[in-house]
Ligand binder design. Structure first.
Ligand code: G3H
Ligand code: 13P
Ligand code: ZN
Length: 338
């Protein structure tokens, strides 16, 4: 089947009461890992590329790999989403290339680190909504800012400085008509989110629940949702790495989120950890090897295992067959009528 819009997948997820993982990609092996996990678990899936990923892969390579994925996995409803678009121009270039969903992250200025004003965010998001919806493309927006800056997107700090204000979130959705809303509840990108297992002091599930009460039909998005599992940290450290002790977002908390309107869950770091651990293991145990396939195959397998596990935990497993793709032109018509 062709690439589908994210709006369709999230509407289905809302009906079914499940969440959909959005996994970041930069290369062929990561796309293959996700598609294999989706086939094994019969899951619809969101594949996302950041600006960094687009630049690393010269984005046309990535786009054509995604077309190959739709040919080779025709039974899997697949979205190609732009992660953290930093300006309307970046989003428009993704739409022109054929992405079926874009994120306009107007919570930050175009530098990806300076918190913006409400007015700036509304203006940038509205521009993208107009361009995207005209082509049936979905728009995710963000209100409030994530912490950290490790991956080049975030306001720095612990994640508690720019939590989403529920009343402002409600106003923002009304002002922009975005399809999905990323919220800040204390998480950060990367491996170093929390210095202990997070409780309600640092991971503000209460804020998420308040937002869902005000916006019961809005698809909420959790960024910075890697769980940073101890076993993946241990593999890296066992084979020569030096990760400091750290905690991510426990899967049980994400599952509470899913019961309260979260439909898209962003995961990148866990897959990075899994791949790096597998590569380190091969290189340490068999230093005589030099064929990249000798370490890329275990890396791909390690990522597939993590993605398949998340697909089951988020509840998307088994739902691929329920989705009959709505053509993008039909999505555009729906937006025009709305
Ligand atoms: O939002 C962060 C994602 O993990 C993507 O990171 O910009 O390094 O590709 P990246
Ligand atoms: P993690 O760094 O927790 O995997 O978050 C990824 C993310 O939010 C991408 O937008
Ligand atoms: Zn993010």
């Amino acid at each position: 089947m062709p690439l589908v819009s994210m709006r369709q997948l999230l509407d289905e997820a809302a009906k079914g009461g499940y969440g959909v993982g959005a996994f970041n990609v930069n290369n062929m092996e990561q796309i293959q890992a996700i598609m294999e996990a989706a086939r094994e678990t019969e899951s619809p899936v969101i594949v996302q590329a950041s600006r960094g990923a687009r630049s690393y892969s010269q984005d046309r390579f990535l786009y054509h790999l995604m077309l190959a994925a739709t040919e080779l996995y025709p039974e899997i409803p697949t979205v190609l989403h732009l992660d953290h678009g930093n300006s309307p121009e970046t989003c428009k270039s993704a739409i022109d290339l054929g992405f079926t969903s874009v994120m306009m992250d107007g919570s930050l200025l175009a530098d990806g680190k300076t918190p913006s004003s409400y007015e700036y965010n509304v203006d940038a998001t509205r521009q993208v909504v107009a361009a995207a919806h005209a082509k049936g493309v979905t728009v995710e927006a963000e209100i409030g800012c994530l912490g950290g800056i490790e991956d080049g997107h975030g306001a720095g700090g612990s994640g508690m400085e720019h939590l989403t204000d529920p009343a402002q979130a409600a106003q923002f959705v009304g002002d922009t008509k975005c399809d999905a809303l990323a919220i800040a509840i204390g998480t950060s990108h990367g491996a170093y989110k929390f210095t202990r297992k997070p409780d309600g002091e640092v991971l503000k599930m209460d804020v998420l629940i308040q937002i869902h009460k005000l916006l019961p039909t809005t698809h909420l998005v959790m960024h910075g949702s890697s769980s940073v599992p101890k076993d993946l940290q241990d593999i890296i450290n066992k084979y020569g790495g030096s990760l400091k002790p750290t905690w991510g977002v426990p899967v049980e908390e994400i599952q509470i989120g899913i019961k309260n309107g979260v439909r898209k869950i962003n995961v990148d770091t866990d897959n990075r950890l899994a791949m790096t651990g597998a590569i380190r293991k091969v290189l340490m145990e068999t230093p005589e090897k030099f064929d990249p396939r000798d370490y890329m195959k275990p890396a791909r397998e390690a990522m597939k295992k993590v993605v398949a596990q998340r697909m089951v935990q988020f509840g998307q497993a088994g739902h691929a067959k329920e989705i009959i793709p709505i053509p993008m032109a039909e999505m555009a018509e729906m937006y025009k009528k709305a």
